[in-house]
Design a protein around this ligand. Structure first.
Ligand code: GA4
Length: 329
C-alpha cells in the first residue's frame, strides 16, 4: 500500500496504474469527412460509447485562444478564483465535485450556457470588461460546439437509418436546451512521481446528458472503461475532439448505445487542461426510446421520465453511482 503523508491528498483516492496497453483495443477514430462515418459512429457508440473525431470544422485558433484564457484564469491567485465559488453547482470549484462528498485532484469552472449564453444569471467576472476576451472566446467556442454536436448527431441518425436526420440533434436545439460547459485544470502532483499509481483527478462516472464533447491539451489522463470493465488510457490529441455517449442517449437508443464510464488520473509532471461541452435537452423533454428504432414487440428497458427528473436525481447522487438503475424497468 502507498502511504502519502500529505493532508491534502488524504481524501482523494489513488488508482493503481493500469497494466500495459497490450491486447487493449484502440479508441475508435472517426474522420468526419469520410463517407463511412455514419456506420463507424454507430459501431463506436455500441461498442465503446466513445470515439475521437478528426477532420472537424472547429477552428484550432479558437480552441487555442480559449485554452490560453483558461490557463490564465487558473493561474490567478486562489483568493480571486474563490470569489467565484463555491460552485453550487456552477462557478469555480476546487477539489470538491458536485454536492455529495466527491473529491478529485482538480480545479474547475462550471458554467450553464444554455439558451442565451452568459446572460444575467452567469458569473459576474464574465461581465467585467477585463474578462471580455475570455468571454468572447467562450461564447464562440460554445456556438461551435453546438454546430459540431449537430453534425455528429445527424451522421449518427444516418448510421441508425432514421428517416429524419434531425431526430436526435433537434433535442439539443432551441433556446430551452440545458447545456453546460466545464473547464477543468488538473495540476501536476509531483508527490506521486515514481509510484506505480495515479491520483484521482475526476473519479469514474458516466455523463447524464445526451452527449459530451471533450478537448484537452497534450497531457494524458483520461481513461474509459470497456464493456468487460478493463480501463483504457485515451492518448491525448490537442487537435481532436472526443465524444462521450451520455445516459440519456443510452435510453433514447433503448440500450443499443452505451453510456461510457470514464475517469481522469492526474499527471505527476504536467498540467492537464480540458474543456467539455455537455449537451442536455430542455428540462421538460421526455427521455424514452425512439419509436423509430424499436423492433416489433421490443419493450422499453426504462421507465418514463423527463430530462428534468433525471437531472434532479443525478445531482443527488454520488459520482460513481449507477444513475440509470432506478429508472430501469
Ligand atoms: C458529470 C458530468 C458533468 O461534469 C456534470 C457533473 C456534475 C457536477 O460536477 O456538478 C455531477 C456529475 C456530472 C454527475 C453526478 C453529480 C452531478 C457531480 C455529481 C456528483 C456537470 C453533470 O452534469 O453531471
Amino acid at each position: 500500500m502507498v502511504v502519502l503523508a500529505n493532508p491534502v491528498l488524504d481524501q482523494i483516492s489513488l488508482i493503481k496504474s493500469p497494466d500495459s496497453g497490450d491486447n487493449l483495443p484502440s479508441i475508435p477514430t472517426i474522420d468526419l469527412s469520410s463517407p463511412n462515418s455514419p456506420e463507424a459512429i454507430v459501431r463506436a457508440c455500441k461498442e465503446f460509447g466513445f470515439f475521437k473525431i478528426t477532420n472537424h470544422p472547429v477552428s484550432m485558433d479558437l480552441v487555442e485562444k480559449l485554452e490560453a484564457e483558461a490557463v490564465k484564469f487558473f493561474a490567478l491567485p486562489l483568493l480571486d478564483k474563490e470569489k467565484l465559488g463555491p460552485s453550487s453547482p456552477f462557478g469555480y470549484g476546487s477539489k470538491k465535485i458536485g454536492m455529495n462528498g466527491d473529491v478529485g485532484w482538480l480545479e474547475y469552472l462550471l458554467l450553464a450556457v444554455g439558451s442565451e449564453p452568459f446572460s444575467e444569471s452567469s458569473l459576474a467576472f464574465l461581465r467585467d470588461p477585463s474578462s471580455s476576451s475570455f468571454r468572447s472566446a467562450l461564447v464562440e467556442y460554445v456556438l461551435s460546439m453546438r454546430k459540431l454536436v449537430c453534425q455528429v448527431l445527424e451522421l449518427m441518425a444516418d448510421g441508425l437509418q432514421l428517416k429524419q436526420r434531425d431526430t436526435i440533434s433537434k433535442l439539443l436545439q432551441g433556446s430551452e436546451c440545458d447545456e453546460i460547459f466545464r473547464l477543468n485544470h488538473y495540476p501536476p502532483c509531483p508527490l506521486l512521481q515514481g509510484f506505480n499509481c495515479g491520483l484521482t483527478g475526476f473519479g469514474e462516472h458516466t455523463d447524464p446528458q445526451i452527449v459530451s464533447v471533450l478537448r484537452s491539451n497534450g497531457t494524458s489522463g483520461l481513461q474509459i472503461a470497456l464493456k468487460d470493465g478493463r480501463w483504457v488510457s485515451v492518448p491525448s490529441d490537442r487537435e481532436a475532439f472526443f465524444i462521450n455517449v451520455g445516459d440519456s442517449l443510452q435510453v433514447l437508443t433503448n440500450g443499443r448505445f452505451r453510456s461510457v464510464k470514464h475517469r481522469v488520473i492526474a499527471n505527476s509532471l504536467k498540467s492537464r487542461v480540458s474543456m467539455i461541452y455537455f449537451g442536455g435537452p430542455p428540462v421538460a423533454q421526455r427521455i424514452a426510446p425512439l419509436p423509430q428504432l424499436m423492433e416489433e414487440g421490443e419493450q422499453s428497458l426504462y421507465k418514463d421520465f423527463t430530462w428534468g427528473e433525471y437531472k434532479r436525481a443525478a445531482y443527488k447522487s454520488r459520482l460513481g453511482d449507477y444513475r440509470l438503475g432506478p429508472f430501469e424497468l
